[in-house]
Design a protein around this ligand. Structure first.
Ligand code: M6R
Length: 592
């Protein structure tokens, strides 16, 4: 949600910024803008729609030569998506771009109006801009610090001052922003992918540290005190951040699953001591949003079944506000690809404040959750650009498998520990074979592409898989789809089953497969079209059946989910949709 990129240096920033914005498109946006500064003026150009619309606009006007620039993709929150509300915003001598939400914007706006400020837009960003301008009397760091004292909320700001020709400023709190340290200049960006072409060195800012960038220097201030910061090195490759020959990032990322699974397993399988030991906890709360929560549901099944630990899965937007009784030895596990999901961050803060142990399963190492959770396990998905998560979700599920396996072993509950570890080593190959069957899933997509509704049914861990399969299908294909515990269907939803409605049945759990099968027969006799994915060849093939190899319970979901991801992908492709950026969605949901 919202993307920021900024540059100061010897090059003309225009192309660097536009290219950077394109790399941030995946975050979701509905307008964009750029501010360029030279010794004479600041030029602001904005457009609704896609970045190519901004580029067209820039081709049709005289764009100044410059040495400083900030640019932004906006996902509308305060005010509709139009040019006036698009960033950058300028008040007086200050021009800013902003990611995040200023919660007390209305109160601040009222006060500033009383001071005589006239606002053009409906945005909270313009309010922040006016506040910095109000305090600006030749000392930018002081002005920013004074403004921050009054601002409540989350923010990453890129800031230029009309009368400062050789500096660019930035600050962040609860919103991502990294500082790129380059040879030909310095950068700010919401995500390293936006600037990796120019530099792999970056600095992470803590909350409210103000950074002052010039062509060849980066100064970071805490208050007005200059501090030292460590320069980190990213191992992101340019290839990983680009689509290559694939039609969409989503397909590329699904096809990368064997590779990233291998990378993650290599890291942990021979070093199981690196896997956080959850066996000492009596209760685990898994808190996350969307797909990350569904990966957590797989985790819950494994932790309960295999390691005998009481476990709850909660959606972070509820957990953060509800009364949570931490009355036993509780661990809170946060799951997040981006590590920047606002609700998941809030849930983590809640647990941290209560001094409850937190463990994060995260992909982005520079993220807020990665930095603020007490313990962290990193998946090695690399950059995930498609809004619909695929490879990161799969690795989150795999990480739960490892956590549960280790806990079960520590508790003496797993007799086949070494066999399961050995089996895991072959998992990427097995997964690759399934992805090679892509034609089969393309044909399923042909079969369902025109339907209005679809349903997914399963029990236990199969139900957790259904939730993800259903989300994948609906978010990219816009076909209405829901997942149900198979036994729950006849308590209402079965009235929606009519001739030809696709029902996907996931049947992998031996203990309850007969029960799910009878639910399948219930819907089939109401003329639903049954698509079964199972690891058991005795399960009847009704309309379509895909058999995956039966492996240990710990890792079975890893073979079942990818077919569902491909079905979602191909269905959306046949419907000619904007697969990597589905409507209304953003990759990292940094607001509530
Ligand atoms: O970055 P996170 O893992 O915290 O994101 C959580 C959800 O927004 C995310 O999993 C979302 O449901 C997926 N993009 C859907 O494919």
């Amino acid at each position: 949600m919202c993307g920021i990129v900024g540059y100061i240096g010897k090059e003309n920033p225009k192309d660097i910024l536009i290219e950077g914005l394109k790399k941030l498109e995946y975050r979701g946006y509905d307008s964009s803008g750029i501010a360029l500064k030279n010794n004479e003026k600041v030029q602001v150009i904005k457009s609704t729609g896609k970045i190519k619309d901004l580029e067209i606009k820039m081709r049709n006007i005289k764009v100044i030569d410059s040495n400083i620039g900030i640019a932004h993709t906006r996902w509308a929150t305060h005010g509709i998506a139009n040019e006036t509300n698009a960033h950058p915003h300028t008040v007086g001598k200050v021009t800013i771009v902003h990611n995040g939400i200023i919660e007390n914007a209305d109160k601040l706006r009222e006060k500033l109006i009383k001071d005589g400020i006239k606002f053009n837009s409906e945005t909270d960003t313009e309010v922040a801009c006016a506040l910095i301008n109000k305090y600006y009397q030749n000392d930018p760091v002081e002005a920013i610090n004074k403004a921050l004292k009054e601002i409540i909320g989350s923010y990453a700001f890129g800031i230029i001052f009309e009368d400062i020709n050789d500096k660019l400023y930035a600050v962040r709190k609860d919103s991502p922003l990294i500082i790129g340290v380059g040879k030909e200049g310095n950068y700010i960006a919401s995500d390293i992918a936006a600037i990796i072409k120019y530099t792999e060195e970056y600095i992470l800012l803590d909350d409210n540290e103000v950074v002052e960038l010039s062509n060849d220097k980066v100064n970071v201030y805490q208050g007005n005190k200059l501090i030292d910061k460590k320069i980190e090195k990213s191992n992101l490759s340019i290839d990983e951040a680009s689509k290559g020959s694939y039609k969409h990032f989503m397909l590329k990322e699904i096809m990368e699953e064997p590779m990233v699974l291998q990378r993650t397993l290599n890291k942990y399988l021979d070093n199981m001591e690196e896997i956080f030991d959850v066996s000492k906890y009596e209760e685990i709360h898994i808190v996350a949003c969307g797909s990350a929560m569904y990966a957590g549901m797989i985790g819950r099944c494994l932790l309960e079944e295999k390691a005998n630990i009481k476990c709850y899965v909660e959606c972070a937007s509820e957990y953060r506000y509800k009364k949570v009784i931490y009355d036993r030895k509780t661990l809170v596990i946060l799951v997040s690809q981006s590590g920047e999901t606002a609700d998941t961050i809030a849930a983590m803060c809640k647990a941290n404040e209560e001094r409850i142990d937190t463990l994060a399963i995260v992909n982005v190492k520079t993220s807020t959750i990665a930095r603020e959770a007490k313990h962290c396990l990193f998946i090695e998905a690399g950059p995930e650009i498609a809004v619909a998560t695929t490879k990161a979700y799969l690795l989150q599920a795999a990480m739960f498998s490892l956590i549960a396996l280790k806990a079960a072993n520590v508790k003496g509950l797993e007799k086949n520990y070494n066999d399961v570890l050995n089996e895991a080593k072959n998992l990427p190959k097995k997964l690759k074979k399934i992805l090679d069957d892509k034609e089969i899933f393309m044909n399923v997509a042909k079969d369902i592409k025109d339907c209005r509704d679809a349903f997914f049914i399963g029990r236990g861990v199969d139900y957790a898989i259904c939730e993800e399969g259903s989300l994948k299908l609906k978010e990219v294909s816009y076909i209405h789809s829901d997942a149900y515990q198979a036994g729950e269907l006849k308590h209402g939803t079965i009235s929606l089953i009519e001739e030809g409605v696709p029902v996907f049945a996931i049947i992998t759990d031996d203990k309850i497969k007969a029960k799910t099968e009878s639910n399948v027969i219930e819907v089939e006799s109401r003329h639903a079209k049954i698509f079964t994915i199972t690891n058991d060849k005795t399960i009847k093939d009704h309309h379509f059946r895909y058999l995956v190899e039966k492996i240990s319970d710990y890792f079975q979901p890893i073979l079942v989910v990818p077919p569902l991801q491909l079905i979602g992908y191909y269905t959306a492709d046949l419907r000619k949709l904007d697969i990597d950026k589905p409507r209304n969605l953003a990759k990292s949901v940094t607001v509530e």
